[in-house]
Design a protein. Structure first.
Length: 376
């Protein structure tokens, strides 16, 4: 499949020019059909055949294998969750926090990487230390000091508000040297380029399929490195998280699947697995190259003083300083061009995927100029 063929398979693009994949991507028709077929089989065929519980279990395992292979991990190290936020929250609630524990996080984390730690402070008495950042860059001195006293550090592989690529493996090594565990929010990475979670070396990684992978909502995951699951006791103990649900005393599964719940729909992860298959058929190197070409073209049209993202290519996220972000978003929406505003920095963000085109960039430039968003 080529990027052009990928684009042609996405129904939503017939109605709009879409530059908001960093929030949620539009799904290709084969992804929608895979998820729908799963639901149909589960509720119409399985009741009279293998049974709905068996069908769901088998389907989950097939999806897990595809997703795990794409991420470079073992299936046993992957829990299927509903979202990145769901995964991080589940992990945070499984840790027996002490009042002496420090949780370190960067200043540019998405709320998914902020709210669970606020709960740990409120409910468990833990403390949070904010790592200094500047325009999406992590201050190394602040980071090193923070992990020296922290039990766990949380950071994103690509900053959601600047599009900067974070040196994950390097930061993991620094943290591990300080005996600090690492949780990575990888939701802005998968689908933009090949990633290898094992090579990163983090203890935990959370992500989902509904952004750059172009999968459905409800398709999240939590990676737990083999051995790191031992002290973790999920707050929700469910049918799929234990070895045998029918015993008088439960035993958690000896891997990441202790974080999985009971009767959840298998359809979202079937869609995510199909989306992965489609993107891999295009080629992740081809996708990244296409994103880089379009992103570089976009940045040439942005005045230097307004470009908040890196000058060079790091991701498909491009953040631009404008006087009235909400007005610009609304103006572009009237022209059937979808972008989003950000709370911090107070700016607009454009997400460029491989399915976008040069002609769409020209439409975007014209609309930004028309509303006075770009300085002369």
């Amino acid at each position: 499949m080529t990027p052009r063929e990928l684009r042609a398979s996405i129904p939503a693009l017939e109605e709009t020019t879409f530059f908001n994949t960093g929030a949620s991507g539009p799904s290709p028709q084969p992804v929608l059909e895979a998820a729908t077929d799963c639901l149909v089989h589960h509720k119409t065929v399985a009741p009279a055949a293998e049974g709905m519980y068996t069908a769901a279990a088998n389907t989950r395992e097939e999806s897990r294998e595809t997703i795990a292979a794409h991420l470079g991990v073992e299936p046993s190290e992957l829990a299927l969750t509903e979202s990145t936020s769901d995964a991080i929250s589940a992990l945070a609630a499984s840790i027996n926090w002490q009042s002496s524990d420090v949780i370190a996080r960067t200043a540019f984390e998405h709320p998914a990487g902020v709210l669970p730690w606020q709960r740990a402070v409120k409910q468990e008495g833990a403390r949070v230390r904010i790592i200094e950042t500047h325009n999406g860059r992590i201050d190394r001195e602040s980071y090193a000091e923070a992990v020296e006293e922290a039990r766990l550090v949380c950071f994103s592989s690509i900053s959601w508000n600047y599009g900067t690529r974070i040196p994950v493996a390097e930061l993991v090594e620094i943290a591990h040297d300080a005996d600090c565990e690492v949780l990575v929010d990888a939701v802005q990475s998968a689908g933009q380029a090949s990633i290898d979670l094992e090579a990163w070396g983090a203890d935990y990684v959370a992500g989902s399929g509904h952004k750059w992978l172009l999968g459905p909502w409800g398709s999240g995951y939590l990676y737990v490195r083999t051995g790191a699951e031992t002290p973790l006791h999920p707050a929700q103990v469910c049918y799929n998280s234990v070895e045998d649900p029918d015993t008088t005393e439960y035993t958690l599964k000896p891997n990441a699947q202790r974080f999985e719940r009971g009767t959840t729909s298998p359809a979202p992860h079937v869609g995510m697995a199909k989306a992965i298959t489609l993107l891999e058929s295009v080629g992740l190197a081809e996708i990244q190259a296409r994103i880089e070409t379009l992103t570089d073209r976009l940045k040439t049209a942005i005045p230097d003083a307004q470009l908040l993202s890196p000058d060079g290519f790091e991701s498909g996220l491009v953040t631009i300083d404008v006087a009235e972000p909400e007005y610009v978003v609304d103006h572009l929406a009237d022209a059937e061009i979808r972008i989003r505003s950000l709370p911090d920095p107070d700016a607009i963000r454009i997400s460029v995927h491989a399915f976008n085109t040069e002609r769409e960039l020209e439409r975007l430039f014209d609309a930004l100029a028309d509303c006075g968003a770009l300085e002369a």
